[in-house]
Unconditional design. Structure first.
Length: 732
């Protein structure tokens, strides 16, 4: 008992100290988390070893290894059992993997599918156990071919080989099949080292006789039990909280689990370790609650009790009447995952030249908004936002915390507003998100059956042919087939002289980044990710050029407003959030994932660069205003037509939201000031404010929340907007 308790606690202490060094702060809190992990394992190990001593006598583990070396028949029998177990486990894993696709991956109610899968697995285990009897006869012969080597028996050799095989297979999948940079590998690998380090400590302990081992082990257990209760009590300092939740190996995984465990009022939020619930005894008080003005209670835990004038966003002034016309048609070229700062017009170059010569040339004919920001960091939130001109929390979903929620019919989309004005409304895409089986029951045969974003509402025709399922889509080059469909449709519309509004979704450069002929990858690691991303942009630029050429060829360019935009940007490891170094998108609200291209080429409008801060929710109202269409009352964006005419826009901040989802249980709000000089980022999940001076620090690397004199004012502005956004919200 003492040996098991002592070696595991010692291993936990070694790894805990290593984590403290890695974390660079909060030593007591980090060690407390390791105590929580190590103590149960230490007690279990001690009980097993103690029970073994009571049953088979002292030093029974060493005796077992000695007996395996001396008794060849026993060694062969146990080796055969290990081989049989490995074969049967492999069959079970493959079977579960296949069944999981149908029972869990392809159904909407995953909990039901998972339950059915569990029942089937339980039924399979006895059948596989029966198969072990004839299989054992075969594996005994295989085991006889494995020689014992010196002090290592067959069983030990197989155990070592199996461990190496599993580790090698895992590393192969991680480094060859996955974008490993985006995985928080440290939080998985380092805790997994606990039993390995415990074995090493045990081997050392067999050669070094420590005095008072029992007392030391008991004292270690008492300290390990008391340390979490002492170190994790109350609210930590901001520095300690950030160190534990962002930098330690255990904190990003254990703290959210502990917050869920200690959610006293069961409202989904907790006050544990600086959590965001400001009253964990009242289920009506939490960050997702709507604040009731003037009642003396801060229901949503931000900015105090709101005033009546703060509880609703101000109604926007009606769009100004304008003589400016968008022509006859409108085409929106919507590029997935394109950062503004990767464009040639933003000064970016690779291999000594711009990646985007066609987009750059288009920009010379358009009004370019240099400070345009998305309202969400991923497609399932951003697309509904700019098509309904509402912030993500205001959109009505069937369930707002789903990864791919369905947009309800009572939202007002851009196409629904344009259709009564005589537009043929058309979408061209080839992506699982745009599957609509109600309108097109035979569409998307290869996509999971529960996928139904319902974002195509208002479209007379939405061609989403060729869409692949989620894993396959992320390794797809959909652009060529999308452009082929779009060119044919534009040719047909031109021939018929039909008035149209069309959206073309270009999927590249979304990860996983695909390689293209003529673009050789020469970098490695993170640099290779960025190079692949850049070359995807260059590949996409050529496809966009084909669309623009078709407009010229058919003369549609003369009477068509063309808008080029992106739904969000991309991250490349600059920031860490919840302990994960951030690559790709969807998991933060930093500028890198929100700053996007937005360009309008309007017939007869002089090209210019606009410096005002604008939002993607402004897209739909601008299109409506260009074509004399009355915007729905639910839209919250503003028309940018004055800026298209060369007039200044009233200063207005940009806001963005990250809502919780099935795959990412974190929530945040963000603001860009009207002059684009500062960003305010409120990490609700951690009750943490981050303020960045974008002029001095455009990559948002230095949080100046505690030093910038504007910090409190910016926090108050974002808090006031949050009050109004929640009051006018719709879809949770």
């Amino acid at each position: 008992m003492v040996t098991g308790l002592g070696v595991v606690l010692a291993a936990g202490l070694v790894l805990g100290v290593a984590d403290v060094v890695h974390t660079r702060g909060a030593p007591l809190q980090v060690l407390a988390l390791w105590a929580l992990l190590a103590l149960p394992l230490a007690l279990a190990t001690g009980l097993v070893l103690g029970a073994g001593n009571a049953t088979w006598g002292p030093a029974w583990v060493r005796g077992l290894f000695r007996r395996l070396r001396e008794d060849g028949e026993l060694d062969r029998t146990l080796a055969a059992i290990l081989i049989s177990a490995a074969v049967l486990a492999g069959i079970l894993v493959i079977g579960v993997g296949k069944l999981a696709v149908g029972l869990v991956g392809d159904v909407n109610r995953k909990s039901v599918g998972a339950l059915l899968l569990g029942v089937i697995v339980v039924a399979l285990i006895p059948l596989l156990a029966l198969g072990a009897v004839p299989l054992h006869r075969i594996t005994r012969r295989i085991a006889a071919l494995i020689p014992a080597i010196g002090p290592l028996s067959r069983v030990v050799l197989l155990a070592i080989a199996g461990a190496f095989a599993i580790a090698a297979a895992g590393l192969f999948v991680i480094f060859k099949k996955l974008d490993y940079q985006a995985l928080n590998l440290g939080s998985l690998f380092v805790p997994a080292l606990l039993p390995v380090v415990a074995i090493i400590v045990a081997l050392v302990a067999t050669r070094v006789r420590l005095p008072m081992r029992g007392a030391l082990a008991t004292a270690g257990a008492v300290i390990a039990a008391l340390l979490p209760a002492i170190a994790l009590r109350g609210a930590p300092s901001a520095d300690a909280q950030q160190a534990v939740t962002d930098r330690s190996y255990l904190g990003p995984r254990l703290i959210p689990a502990l917050r869920k465990l200690f959610d006293r009022d069961h409202d989904g939020y907790s006050a544990f370790f600086g959590g965001p619930d400001c009253d964990d005894s009242n289920a009506n008080v939490h960050p997702g609650a709507k604040d009731i003005p003037g009642n003396g209670i801060d229901e949503n835990c931000v900015g105090g009790d709101s005033k009546a004038e703060d509880a609703a966003l101000p109604d926007l002034p009606k769009a100004p009447k304008s003589t400016l016309s968008g022509g006859q048609n409108v085409l929106v070229i919507f590029i997935d995952t394109l950062r503004f700062d990767r464009l040639g017009i933003a000064g970016y170059k690779r291999d000594g030249k711009s990646l985007t010569p066609r987009i750059d040339a288009f920009a010379q004919q358009a009004v370019v908004f240099q400070h345009a920001f998305a309202q969400a960091p991923n497609t399932p939130r951003s697309v509904p936002s700019f098509l309904t001109s509402r912030y993500p929390s205001q959109i009505k979903f069937d369930r707002a915390d789903r990864d791919y929620g369905s947009v309800l019919d009572d939202n007002d989309t851009l196409f629904e507003a344009l259709k009564p004005a005589g537009f043929a409304t058309i979408g061209e895409s080839s992506h699982f998100y745009f599957c609509d089986r109600k309108k097109y029951p035979d569409s998307c045969p290869d996509v999971v059956k529960w996928m139904n974003s319902n974002i195509t509402q208002g479209a007379d025709e939405w061609d989403n042919s060729g869409a692949l399922n989620i894993p396959e889509s992320n390794h797809d080059s959909a652009g060529p087939r999308i452009v082929k469909k779009a060119l044919a449709k534009l040719d047909d519309l031109a021939a018929k002289k039909q008035k149209f509004a069309m959206i073309v979704h270009m999927f590249e450069p979304h990860s996983t980044y695909m390689e293209h002929e003529g673009f050789k990858i020469t970098e490695h690691g993170t640099a290779a990710l960025e190079q692949k991303y850049d070359y995807e942009i260059a590949f996409e630029d050529g496809l966009i050029g084909q669309l623009l050429d078709e407009l010229d060829k058919t003369k549609l360019a003369d009477n068509t407003t063309v808008i080029l935009m992106a739904d969000h940007g991309e991250a490349f490891g600059v920031h860490t959030f919840a302990g994960e170094r951030q690559f790709f998108h969807g998991m933060t609200l930093y500028k890198e994932v929100l700053h996007v291209p937005l360009m309008f080429r309007v017939p007869g409008v002089r090209p210019r660069t606009a410096d005002e801060v604008v939002q993607l929710v402004d897209l739909a109202p601008t299109i409506a205003n260009l074509f004399g269409v009355t915007p729905p009352a639910s839209w919250v964006g503003r028309s940018l037509v004055p800026a298209l005419q060369g007039e200044p826009l009233p200063p207005k901040a940009s806001f963005a939201e990250m809502l919780t989802s099935d795959g990412w249980k974190h929530e945040a709000k963000q603001m860009i000031t009207p002059d684009a000089s500062h960003s305010a980022f409120y990490r609700i999940s951690d009750s943490r404010w981050e303020i960045y001076d974008l002029k001095a620090d455009p990559e948002e690397r230095k949080n100046v929340a505690d030093t910038d004199p504007k910090s409190k004012e910016l926090q108050a502005q974002l808090a006031q907007w949050m009050e109004g956004a929640l009051a006018k919200g719709g879809g949770k």
